[in-house]
Write a protein that binds this ligand. Sequence first.
Ligand code: MSK
Length: 669
Amino acid sequence: MSEDKKEKRKASSIDPCAVDLLAYAEQCGIETAFSRSDSVKACPIGAEGACCKICSMGPCRLKSKEGEDAIKGVCGAGLPTVTARNIARMVAGGTAAHSDHARDIAATLLAAATGEAKDFQIKDVDKLHRVAKKFGIEVAERTKEEVAKDVAEYVLRDFGQQKGEISYIKTATKKRQELWRSLNMVPRGVDREITELMHRTTMGVDTDPEDILDFALKVSLADGWSGSMIGTDFSDILFGTPKPIRSEDTLGAFKKDHVNVVVHGHEPTLSEMIVVASEDPEMIAYAKSKGAAGINLAGMCCTSNEILVRHGIKSAGGFLNQELAILTGAVDAMVVDLQCIMPGLAIAAEKFTTKIVTTSPKCRIPGATHMEYDEHHALDVAKNILKYAADNYPARAGQDTRIPDVHKTMIAGFSHEYIEYMLGGRYRASFRPLNDAIISGRIRGLAGIVGCNNPRVDQDSLHDYLVRELIANDVLVVQTGCGAHASGKAGLMTPETMELAGPGLREVCEAIGMPPVLHMGSCVDNTRILTVLTAVANEGGLGEDISDIPVVGIAPEWMSEKAIAIAFYAVASGLYVIFGVESPIAASPTIQKMMSEGWEKKLGGKMEFIPSKEDILAATLAHIDKKRDDLKLRKYEKGKFGVEKVLLDMAARRKLEAGAHAHQGVGGV
Ligand code: MSK
């Protein structure tokens, strides 16, 4: 190993379970993403967005000490064009991933409605009706299956539509819809926009950087206001809208004497069936027949978030924990669907008895066993997978394991519907109390801290710093994806965390009985944040649009193209978005300016890459305070609040609702 590599910072974690398992990996010479990130140097040209490889005249390395105008690719493309094209293609990739996930969920809803997927039922009829009404679909005197069929067919059109507007656009604020229409930014159909972006960015088509970025924003809206929103809504209809639920989130999720099965990836369909199958007495008896005490299910990444928020299934953590779970020596089967699944799983599994099971027709991994999921026989597939895991248990029985004895309680499941109920109660469900708390200065502003882990920084370190600092500064934090896992593992997702909050935020949390850090679900559930912010804007008092609200979106440890797609749709919706780690546009000051100042003028939102956590914090608070000033709200001062508003506590709210219950003669809370 060269001297510079020896001196290089070792990729590590602030999670004690990860630190112990990484030490074990090093001792045994087992490679992981952490060790590979130490030995594989990032390409400095590509990392900054300065490499063009869309044709074979290159790859062209557009780096020059004389500045971005001093060098061109063989075809004459300048650096801003190349950098814009590169990030635009990331948006296409991310939008394709979220939207293809959503397409499968919509197909499952349709199959459930027509009786073709008999193992799936429509669990949340209230949500089905709410979604149907958004699209003007009749619900009265119709069966849930009839309504679900119409809803699924209506929305499935979004994918292949060639003309018109995608369905959910009409749920944005009026002002935002008008802005998008004036900019020709409303997507016609998901597939059409992704295809056109790939076409525009191939050799010799669109070379105007601003035009490329504008179109990438349009594509991202097909993610945020179609693909991902469909994923969230339809998962709620099929499996239930999340409500707060207690669980745990650490690598201590395994049990030595049980058949340990990890479900990993993103889609909730097969994992829902595995939850059902794991509780089936026949399956438990089968596991016992193999010498195990039972079946222990744990989640990983966003599949974990899906079954965590609906069933309280314990999580073994986020993206960077996937190989570490195998290193515990306790996993009998890791069952994966798609997205964020490292091929390195199969390499790690070779050293243990763990079986990697791929299930999606879209995702195979050399070295894994493929047991294909089919929605028409979903429960049978789930049972076969559990049997396969149980059959593998005897190979591990009696062996040492390294299951960390670390357990962190968490409360997950804050859907936008529940937040509205939590704030106002069943009969007065409203975001008014949240708006009032921001107006009075008890809550300084809002932050969504979302996105991945990336071994180029210590696992969870940026998430943890920002969450703690922001709540201490009276900023209410919402989280999804692996950001939510970081806080879950750190024990920050409990009501007790209000001890760490500033005095105003703490008062609100105490009155409402909520943690200052809210788990809102998986990556596609970032659309829940869009829905909350749209409702906050429509509620009044904080401007007319998302761009007026004191709020910032942050992905401090991002790594995925999907994170870039989310950032683009968040900006297009009016948010200031900050990304940490590396900047894929660092090579081009023109593109940086376009995505910051340019987008702020055009869209009221902007995107910046800021490597230092202290600078991210400072930029977040400065933006929140600027938005407060623009709204002419009182200046935020810790511990000093504006106009006294009476916040209803739980007891007072129940009393009110009991009154409404007696009056209306219907079920109470
Ligand atoms: S799983 S996209 S590592 S958040 Fe949704 Fe986590 Fe990022 Fe995958």
